[in-house]
Design a protein around this ligand. Structure first.
Ligand SMILES: Nc1ncnc2c1ncn2[C@@H]1O[C@H](COP(=O)(O)OP(=O)(O)OP(=O)(O)O)[C@@H](O)[C@H]1O
Length: 346
């Protein structure tokens, strides 16, 4: 019988995961956290798919179920046609997993020795190792630096070495969990280029990131997860179209509190307001109906506090993301089409 390859690189249907934790010694208590509450997802072969969501949304839990590190509480998922729960070995053979941060490399070894060690661990044939490692060092831009100890590497270089490590066994699907965390902007740009090259080579990539510009630049499609469910799914353009009828007012402020944001949210024409803190400076982002001139009323709502730069700009993917997550927080029901719902309505 001819072997037919699955059309999708990744599929998930009704994927759920609940964590059970026990606390207390004398009076033990069990707490249940529903981290993922029914995710439906289909990622095409060769696609670069982004998972975005606030802290605790369930992104890492989803990735860990898809890459066989965690068993789903219910639902099913397949990678390249292999069921993650019933055929974990077949799945592991075809995937790579790269996570951000400092774990997973041997600092006292050179980059080359790290890659040799992991090549052995992944069962890369000894005669292929030298060529494969050279290819990967070239791909991630570390050729010429491979004989240096990793302890002297910058964060960006470490991340690129992590990616090389994850690709040693030529996986068809690569899970990249926050690769650019803590990496400076120039190194992050180099990393993005490496990720784009992977996609150009035909690798399917599932990427989680908190950097919207990164997701906008790289991803073919994005799913926004909040509270353990997918709240929006589509191309970056499609997600941005959700906020295209809006203007965004950006205000630098010093000392704005929750009461100021509430006052702004109550203004007619305002669709949402969020604040990002950087030291004593806050950047307030106010989304308003297009054409509603809110300059004066917003400044009045901030009466009494020091204001810096004020600009009106076009909405970005980040604004769409904020709008989606705020709707989720406000308990607005989500009406995203999912594979399961599409099949049900067909
Ligand atoms: N091992 C665990 N035991 C208990 N609860 C957990 C465990 N791991 C995660 N959680 C909880 O599950 C929820 C989802 O966590 P998860 O790490 O999947 O989110 P995330 O979207 O990856 O967040 P972040 O962006 O912060 O990495 C959170 O409420 C988290 O506290």
């Amino acid at each position: 019988m001819p072997v037919t390859e699955a059309p999708w690189a990744i599929e998930a249907f009704g994927l759920r995961r609940t964590y059970t934790t026990r606390t207390g010694f004398l009076r033990p208590r069990t707490t249940e956290t529903e981290a993922v509450r029914g995710i439906d997802l289909q990622v095409a072969r060769g696609e670069l798919f982004g998972l975005l969501g606030p802290n605790g949304a369930g992104k890492t839990t989803t990735i860990k179920m898809l890459n066989t590190l965690l068993l789903p509480t219910s639902g099913t998922a397949r990678v390249l046609g292999h069921d993650v729960a019933c055929e974990p070995v077949a799945v592991r053979r075809r995937i790579g997993y790269v996570f951000g941060g400092d774990r997973g490399l041997y600092d006292r070894l050179t980059a080359l020795d790290n890659l040799r060690y992991f090549a052995e661990l992944h069962g890369v044939e000894p005669r292929d190792q030298r060529r494969r490692i050279a290819e990967l060092l070239e791909l991630v831009g570390l050729l010429g630096r491979e004989k240096e100890r990793v302890e002297g590497y910058s964060r960006g270089m470490r991340q690129r070495l992590h990616i090389a490590r994850g690709l040693l066994h030529r996986p068809d699907v690569l899970f990249l969990d926050e690769p650019s965390i803590g990496v400076d902007p120039v190194a992050a740009r180099d990393l993005r280029r490496t990720v784009a090259d992977l996609r150009a080579d035909g690798t399917t990539v599932l990427l989680t990131t908190h950097y919207m510009a990164e997701a906008d630049e790289l991803c073919d499609r994005i799913a926004v997860i909040a509270g353990g469910t997918i709240r929006a799914l589509g191309t970056p353009g499609r997600l941005k179209s959700r906020v295209q009828e809006r203007d965004v007012l950006e205000i630098e402020a010093y000392g704005a509190g929750a009461e100021h944001l509430d006052r702004i949210r109550a203004l007619p024409g305002v669709r949402g307001a969020a604040a990002e803190e950087r030291g004593s400076l806050q950047t307030l982002t106010v989304q308003a109906d297009r054409g509603a001139d809110l300059h004066a009323p917003v400044l009045a709502a901030l009466g009494g506090i020091r204001i810096g730069r004020v600009v009106t700009r076009e909405p970005t993917l980040e604004d769409a993301y904020i709008a989606i997550v705020e709707e989720a927080d406000a308990g607005v029901p989500d009406d995203e089409p999912t594979p399961a719902r599409e099949a049900a309505s067909a």
